[in-house]
Design a protein around this ligand. Structure first.
Ligand SMILES: *[C@@H]1O[C@H](CO)[C@@H](O)[C@H](O)[C@H]1NC(C)=O
Length: 163
């Protein structure tokens, strides 16, 4: 179901929260293009269960994320090879903030076995155009665009005309 609310003041505890079919994920669009009329940036609050990973992905927008709770490992592939390649593993902790370069393939992994990982994510140029990789050796040209992304599907038709 699509909840659209362009009001000045909102309460995240009243916002839809779901896994959108991704195991071990809980996602809230705190301020979004489709849900809240944002034009230039979008903000997400996400919780990833112990041991879970996001898909390997890239996007042509900027992304900043800050770790509010927990710790984990960021896996960063290359955008200069034909495929992501052997990823660099960067451990992170509470308060770590990453600026992910445009088009760099990456994966966020809650490598902790016990604690949830909670991150606040800011992206530019919403709604997100996310390209998914099966593995680190898949060529960039073979990565598949999933658009609208899973949490944008419900509001995409209703909000299309405002994009
Ligand atoms: C993160 O920042 C908060 C607020 O400044 C602080 O209380 C906390 O100890 C920090 N966490 C770590 C792991 O440094």
């Amino acid at each position: 179901s699509c909840v659209r609310d362009n009001s000045l003041v909102r309460d995240i505890s009243q916002m839809p929260q779901s896994s959108y079919g991704i195991e071990g994920l809980s996602h809230i669009t705190v301020a979004g293009a489709l849900n809240h009329g944002m034009k230039e940036v979008e903000v997400w609050l996400q919780t990833i269960s112990p041991g879970q990973r996001t898909p390997i992905h890239r996007h042509s927008c900027e992304e900043v994320f800050t770790v509010l709770k927990g710790k984990g490992t960021l896996l960063m592939g290359s955008s200069s090879l034909k495929y992501p390649g052997q990823p660099q593993e960067i451990p992170f902790f509470q308060n770590t903030t990453f600026s992910i370069p445009v088009n760099d393939p990456h994966q966020v992994w809650n490598s902790d076995e016990h604690e949830d990982l909670q991150v606040l994510v800011i992206i530019s140029r919403p709604p997100a155009k996310i390209f998914l990789y099966d593995d680190w050796s898949m060529p960039h040209t073979a990565a598949v665009l999933k658009f609208p992304f899973v949490w944008d599907e419900d509001c995409f038709e209703a909000a299309k005309e405002q994009l």
